[in-house]
Ligand binder design. Structure first.
Ligand code: ADP
Ligand code: MG
Length: 245
């Protein structure tokens, strides 16, 4: 579904991503791990068009999407949920999700269609799927932090993606919120048929749910494979898991 080859990006001469390589098969959960500053968020922004690569190729369903603008990549089916919560704080949960759906459908409010009714079923279906139905009318800023992160996922789902990219979906969450989010990620792949690419600090979580793990270090991919393979790799142990393990 996604094939990233030798992708590069520098900022004022600093190579944030020097050799990004990644393969994502349809229906899988793929995790990217690596220390802070390894280039994970930059790689995700390159894939989704929020940054333009300096070189390399990014093929999605057979077509090169490298350098296309974010809205084009989003329309083709890739949606990114950012590391930093990025919601309309003064709008309700319902309105945040509905706005994402309407912008995808390019529907604007007019005199004859009250905005509240547009895409109501689809909005509720997504809110139910992520487990926020009891907070549907809540003003987003009043949600617990974990629920705000989940709302961010719901907004990404409003774009009707095939490939959902989550940048540290459980960062800052309590253990309970983290467990709920793991359940959500699993449901999204199994029940909604999504493919998920995410990065995450929590190693237990990564090894528990990812079908494949890609490891980055200083802007370069050092390995990609199933958990057992990655865990046993001497380079990974030395570079990342702290050796000895
Ligand atoms: P990660 O998500 O793995 O922690 P990032 O992709 O955010 O890493 O960052 C990789 C490196 O690139 C870091 O050293 C970071 O400081 C740098 N970087 C990221 N974005 C920018 C930017 N817009 N301008 C300059 N440097 C950046
Ligand atoms: Mg990051």
């Amino acid at each position: 579904m996604l094939e990233v080859r030798d992708v590069r990006k520098s900022f004022d001469g600093f190579m944030a991503v020097s050799e990004g390589n990644l393969t994502v098969e349809r229906g899988k959960i793929v995790a990217v791990i690596g220390p802070n500053g390894a280039g994970k968020s930059t790689l995700f922004k390159l894939i989704t068009g929020h940054l333009k690569p300096d070189g390399g190729s990014i093929r999605y369903k057979g077509e090169n999407i490298a350098g296309l603008p974010p809205y084009t990549i989003c329309r083709r089916g890739i949606s990114l949920s950012f590391q930093i919560v990025n919601i309309f704080h003064r709008l309700s949960v319902f309105d945040n999700v509905q706005a994402a759906i309407l912008s995808r459908q390019r529907k604007t409010f007019n005199l004859f269609t009250p905005a509240g009714r547009l895409a109501r079923d689809e909005t509720m279906r997504i809110i139910d799927a992520v487990g926020l139905s009891d907070r549907v009318d809540a003003v987003s800023s009043t949600l617990a932090y974990g629920d705000q992160k989940v709302l961010e996922i719901a907004i990404a789902l409003g774009n009707d993606p095939e490939l959902l990219i989550l940048d540290e979906p459980t960062a800052g969450m309590s253990p309970e919120e983290t467990a709920a989010t793991i359940g959500l990620i699993r449901r999204l792949t199994r029940e909604m048929g999504l493919t998920i690419l995410f990065c995450e600090h929590d190693m237990d979580l990564v090894f528990a749910i990812a079908d494949e793990i890609m490891v980055m270090r200083q802007g370069a991919t050092i390995i990609q494979g199933p958990g057992e393979v990655v865990r046993a790799d001497p380079d990974v142990q030395e570079a990342y898991l702290g050796g000895g393990r």
